[in-house]
Design a protein around this ligand. Structure first.
Ligand code: NDP
Length: 312
């Protein structure tokens, strides 16, 4: 039974093999481009951005494990067999790392760090950049799933006022939750820092556009750690120019790596991070992949399955 892996490149395969030898000794772990693997022996695939058409070649494929919490990088290939379940990579580390990142971003943006760093580059001492206290800053989180909930809880514990928005009602300690399109405007109008942690779906693609940005409090900050497809960069740059948006911290982009000539790289009020908000270790990923495969083989429910009907 072969588990084929495309995650981290060919140089990562020996590490995957040694991690999985401990966790699932009966699995034969092979790299994506290994020419010795007969396609009919492939039962499982652990992948990041699989080449279009490749997964469809494995007629005995039983389970696809996404190397990331999102599955958009797999669904981009329309030939991926629809009957094969896809597991999202949600490990013990995923929420914790994202909560670290979002809390760092909330502190950085509430304390005007982009402008402070820009002033430092010009050796300019600007003591007016005092920022705002956490307790007087409302952070609005779009998406209250695994990552949104972990981030909301940590932000509340760190002293921020926290509100959240999701498709279905939620009850979270110290977090006021808004539901659906009907309550979206009320949520946006309070979000001094807007954090996007939505999955990429037909409904969420392009959601952070000019109209959304106009509904935020003047001078609001944006944190995008969901997907680049959800944010219109031209609308963000325009809102930064007018001051409607004060600053942004962006971890994900439509094209990654962000092209060298992109204006977001050089904008003084923008911090760019290279899709590292919740970069989980291979050890944690191997543990989750082995657990998902074991549950599947035992006929038990596999946690964190992608649900096609709802799109995430
Ligand atoms: P989940 O599937 O656990 O949660 C998704 C949340 O979004 C749910 O609360 C869901 O609502 C809400 N949602 C989905 N569609 C809508 C909609 N149309 N309107 C309102 N709310 C909606 O996902 P995770 O928290 O695990 O991950 C979220 C995303 O974060 C991933 O899909 C991925 O794109 C991104 N990510 C980014 C990383 C990075 O390093 N930058 C790392 C990992 C993930 P409900 O609860 O009602 O279902």
């Amino acid at each position: 039974m072969v588990l084929l892996i495309k995650s981290g490149g060919a140089e990562a395969i020996p590490e995957w093999q040694s991690l999985l030898a401990e966790l699932a000794p009966d699995l034969v772990v092979r790299g994506w481009d290994d020419p010795t693997v007969a396609p009919d022996r492939v039962r499982y695939a652990l992948v990041w951005e699989p080449n279009a058409g490749r997964l469809a070649q494995f007629q005995n494929l039983e389970l696809i494990v996404s190397s990331a919490a999102g599955v958009d990088h797999i669904l981009a290939d329309a030939t991926v067999p629809r009957h094969v379940p896809i597991v999202r990579m949600v490990t013990g580390e995923t929420g914790e790392r994202m909560a670290d990142f979002v809390t760092m971003a909330a502190y950085a943006l509430s304390r005007d760090l982009p402008r402070i760093v820009a002033a430092q580059r010009e050796q300019r001492w600007d003591a007016s950049l005092t920022g705002r206290m956490a307790s007087e800053t409302t952070v609005g989180i779009m998406g209250l799933g695994e990552l949104g909930r972990a981030s909301a809880t940590r932000l509340a514990a760190s002293g921020f006022q926290v509100i959240g928005w999701a498709r279905s009602p939620k009850s979270l300690d110290r977090v006021q939750c808004y539901v659906g399109r009907g309550e979206f405007d009320a949520f946006l109008s309070r979000s001094q820092i807007l954090v996007n942690l939505l999955p990429d779906t037909d409904e969420t693609r392009g959601i952070v556009d000019a109209s959304l940005l106009a509904r935020l409090p003047h001078g609001a900050a944006i944190v995008n750690a969901g997907r680049g497809s959800q944010l219109d960069p031209a609308a963000l740059l325009a809102a930064l120019d007018t001051g409607q948006v004060g600053s942004a911290m962006l971890d994900v982009f439509d094209v990654e790596p962000l092209p060298a000539n992109h204006p977001l790289w050089r904008h003084p009020n923008v911090i760019v991070t290279p899709h590292v908000a919740s970069a989980v270790s291979r050890r944690a990923k191997a543990r989750q992949a082995a657990a998902a495969i074991a549950a599947h083989r035992a006929g038990m429910p596999v946690p964190h399955l992608y649900e096609r009907e709802r799109g995430y």
